[in-house]
Design a protein around this ligand. Structure first.
Ligand SMILES: Cc1ncc(COP(=O)(O)O)c(C=O)c1O
Length: 418
């Protein structure tokens, strides 16, 4: 085995990497509290500087002064499609294949019901155990709603590809796993699904805005994802939906609402779906949420997603190396793939006292999160994190572990949100 040269793990070496980082200036686009290292942009993205002004303008000028006229004069009615078109290049979709609507959970319901409608002679929907809870719950809900028409099958990762068969209507997976950050090979799974006549539905919540993705190159059918993680749209930001052009005229939404009607302002009694991806709209879009999401996505204008992915993964690699060398006395086990190409933009370690350690870390100004039962999760958002932050975060973690301060009862009281 030839010698693999690892980057020099000194703090100065990381500062030198920051000096060469083409994305470094983007940090200035965010309002980050001073003295804090934010490693949770995979849960709630940081606040872009432009967001408050933009939302204020929508409130004061468009809503306050424009009132109902703004549906036309400020094109509120076009916002779901306009913001969707801005997300499209981040995920390798065409502008007319993406729309912003509802929440990720609701969009999953719509797309999976729609996929079942495209495969009326098939009854199996397939996913993996340990998928994000809302994905599992929504699929359980669909199976309960449709009774014998649908069977939900769970197959472990290693067996999943082989489990896609002629009974499968759709396989539903989260591209980057929310706990481990392990990536599914989207191209292989999609190709396998197509060979068996099934559709693939991808949850891109931990992918969009973090990894370079080319949905159309892999022949993806349907996808959706969160607006509040790497897209920086704000708490509870609306979600996005991707429908490949070839499915748009056949795919029906089970939540037929007036905003997805071909002519909502004709006020006719009978539902007639809008052409294209717009039929995935249901009710009136939340304009304040859309404005914040649009401001978040505008930060990506002109940004090369290949560079974003490379930096996020490099930050994760540096973090793994440093934790394993500088915190080697602690009982931490890497839960994420060590192999860079199999990982998304976050890194997880297990520790029996994971919850308390994370609370102590947050108390010292390094914010990550905890996922039961024992996972410390650290997100590496390439737009606003520096390599030196990785060093400083690991030093803080080392201090928390070495001092044992996490054993303090105040760090062991579970909050509602972890
Ligand atoms: C993979 C995945 N899907 C869905 C969601 C959340 O969906 P919603 O925005 O509907 O709460 C999350 C949230 O963390 C997630 O990680």
């Amino acid at each position: 085995v030839g010698a693999v040269s690892k980057p020099d793990p000194s703090r100065d070496a990381l500062i030198a990497r920051d000096a060469l980082d083409p994305l470094a200036p983007l940090r200035e686009s965010f309002d980050l509290p001073p003295g804090l290292i934010y490693l949770d942009g995979n849960s709630l993205g940081a606040l872009p500087k432009r967001t408050a002004a933009r939302v204020g303008e929508v409130v004061d000028i468009e809503w306050g002064a424009g009132l109902v006229r703004s549906w036309n004069t400020h094109d509120w009615i076009g916002a779901p499609g306009r913001v969707g078109a801005k997300i499209a290049p981040l995920i390798g979709a065409a502008a007319h294949e993406v729309v912003v609507a509802d929440s990720t959970s609701v969009n999953l319901f719509k797309l999976v019901c729609g996929a079942l409608g495209l495969r009326p002679d098939r009854r199996v929907i397939l996913t993996e155990p340990g998928n994000f809870p809302t994905d599992l719950y929504v699929l359980q809900g669909i199976a309960n709603l449709l009774g014998n028409r649908v069977e939900l099958r769970l197959r472990p990762r290693a067996e999943l590809a082989d489990a896609i068969d002629e009974e499968t209507a759709a396989v539903i997976l989260t591209h980057v796993h929310y706990k481990t950050a392990e990536r599914w090979p989207m191209d292989e799974i999609t190709a396998r699904a197509h060979r068996r006549g099934a559709l693939a539905v991808w949850d891109l919540s931990h992918t969009a805005g973090a990894l370079a993705l080319d949905l159309n190159a892999v022949g993806a059918d349907l996808a959706l994802g969160c607006g509040y993680k790497y897209l920086n749209g704000g708490p509870g930001a609306p979600s996005f939906v991707f429908v490949a052009e070839r499915w748009q005229e056949a795919l029906a939404s089970p939540l037929a609402g007036w905003m997805g009607h071909a002519a909502p302002f004709d006020f006719v009694d009978d539902y007639r779906p809008a052409p294209g991806v717009r039929r995935q709209l249901c009710g009136t879009p939340g304009i304040l949420g859309l404005a914040a999401l649009e401001a978040g996505i505008d930060v990506f204008a002109g940004v090369d997603m290949g560079e974003v992915e490379a930096k996020g993964l490099a930050l994760g690699d540096a973090f793994i190396d440093l934790v394993e060398t500088r915190c080697d006395f602690a009982n931490l086990t890497l839960e994420s793939p060590r192999e860079t190409a199999r990982r998304g933009s976050h890194v997880s370690f297990r520790h029996p006292d994971g919850y308390a350690i994370m609370q102590a870390l947050i108390d010292r100004g390094v914010i990550g999160d905890f996922r039961a039962p024992d996972i410390l999760r650290f997100g590496f958002t390439p737009l606003y994190l520096r390599f030196v932050d990785v060093w400083d975060a690991v030093e803080t973690l080392r201090g928390v572990l070495a001092s044992g301060e996490y054993r303090d009862p105040r760090f062991n009281r579970r909050a509602a949100v972890t």
